[in-house]
Ligand binder design. Structure first.
Ligand code: ZN
Length: 223
């Protein structure tokens, strides 16, 4: 069985989405987020999709068994033939164990668990500094990307800017706390397998990609 099968973890604002997209393009592997898998199964009206819809319509959380079932179906599809990047799962140790046993049953062991690591202070600065042109949507940053002429949008000349309400420091800090609370035990669990790789997410975007590619090229589980 060929392919790259990885779990990718990274904090909000850490650049995980951009990097996952680049890995998709480089290796022809598919990024699988739990939200996307759920929506796709519901839209396709599969048996598991119907179950998931019923659970979500009732305002409940999708069970681990159901999510594992969805992952099981999803990774067998042709677009995952070269592998996948799992994003947003597992979030607990029982989920991690269920996933490992599923992949073992399929003869498709995980190759790597990658943690994109960025210090909280830097993430807070990155996220809270974001703002955008109110007219054309061009993105800016207080520190890293100010308009060329102060107070005037480079793209459209508008002088009105806006910030997302949830980009304030308090919200960002609480999102980061939730992220650490969730990922720390899962990472500790995977540490035992020797498959965890930490990537320094403070480097520039191309260097982070290069580091990720190098890890993926080296890590291939037997199976
Ligand atoms: Zn503009």
């Amino acid at each position: 069985m060929k392919g790259k099968r990885i779990i990718f973890m990274g904090p909000p604002g850490g650049g995980k989405g951009t990097q996952a997209q680049r890995l998709e393009d480089t290796f022809g592997i598919k990024q699988l987020s739990t939200g996307d898998m759920l929506r796709a199964a519901v839209a396709a009206g599969t048996e598991l999709g119907k179950q998931a819809k019923a659970v979500m319509d009732a305002g409940q959380l999708v069970s681990d068994d159901l999510m594992i079932g969805l992952i099981s179906e999803r990774v067998d599809q042709p677009d995952c033939a070269n592998g996948f990047i799992l994003d947003g799962f597992p979030r607990t140790i029982p989920q991690a164990e269920a996933l490992e046993s599923l992949m073992a049953d399929k003869g498709m062991p995980l190759d790597a668990v990658i943690e994109l690591r960025v210090p909280d202070e830097l993430l807070v600065e990155r996220i809270t500094g974001r703002f955008a042109c109110a007219k054309c949507g061009r993105g800016y940053h207080d520190t890293y990307q100010r308009p060329k002429v102060e107070g005037v949008c480079d793209a459209c000349g508008s002088t009105e800017f806006k910030r997302r309400a949830d980009d304030n420091a308090e919200t960002v800090v609480s999102r980061l706390e939730a992220y650490h609370r969730q990922t720390a035990p899962v990472l500790a669990h995977f540490e035992k397998t020797g498959k965890v790789h930490v990537v320094d997410g403070t480097k520039d975007i191309d260097q982070v990609t290069a580091d990720l590619v190098s890890i993926l090229e080296k890590s291939t589980a037997a199976g």
